[in-house]
Design a protein around this ligand. Structure first.
Ligand code: HEM
Length: 179
């Protein structure tokens, strides 16, 4: 997993929970990297899992909720640092439609070792979209947070229903309906 995801995660934990909790979860996670990340580096995905699980233990907030909040935070970071990739998207659906074929393709050019999910979308109507998330990393809760961040960015609001198409979370369908 790319370092940028780790640096943003640590930054969010510091901002929301403080230095003490940040240090504690890094200690408790027993990381090969020692918890020192650079944005362009690549680190074991298992380190992210350990960090989130230890943050959950420390804060008593469930892992899915922590990943939702992190996804929202991350999208905010993407809008600032990858402005050009958001390009001409004028709304949430425009944006979600170009993740797989445009945004993540650009990400892969920047970071050839990036491990990206497969995201497919289909527009049912002007107000309704299906988005399928497929990934061995099973981070649909992070995807959910990124979708929340996206709708906030475009000042839109959707009801988002989640359906597990694979019980292990490697294929999850989101159904977005405008409120
Ligand atoms: C400007 C917008 C976006 C940028 C620049 C971006 C970039 C990235 C980057 C750099 C990674 C890390 C890859 C790695 O660690 O190897 C990533 C992973 C990921 N992206 Fe995006 N992304 C964007 C939007 C989205 C959105 C809106 C979604 C929501 C569906 C999404 C879903 C994910 C997920 C869930 C991962 C984690 C890896 C996995 O699940 O396999 N991304 N993205």
């Amino acid at each position: 997993m790319k370092g940028i995801i780790f640096t943003e995660f640590i930054e969010m934990v510091e901002a929301k929970f403080g230095m003490e909790i940040t240090d504690a979860i890094i200690q408790n996670s027993q990381l090969k990297s020692g918890g020192i990340y650079t944005a362009v580096g690549t680190y074991d995905f298992g380190e992210m899992v350990s960090l989130v699980v230890n943050l959950s233990k420390k804060t008593k907030i469930e892992v899915p909720l922590l990943l939702n909040v992190f996804g929202e935070h991350l999208f905010g970071h993407f809008t600032k640092n990858y402005k050009s990739m958001i390009g001409h998207s004028k709304n949430t659906f425009d944006m979600l439609e170009i993740i797989d074929q445009v945004i993540h393709v650009e990400v892969e050019k920047l970071y050839p070792d990036a491990q990206l999910p497969k995201i497919t979308t289909s527009r049912i109507s002007e107000n309704e979209m299906i988005l399928d998330y497929c990934s061995e990393r099973k981070m649909a809760d992070l995807a959910y947070g990124l979708i929340l961040g996206c709708q906030t960015h475009f000042k839109e609001e959707f009801r988002i229903d989640k359906e597990y198409l694979e019980a292990d979370g490697s294929h999850v369908r989101f159904h977005l309906i405008r409120k």
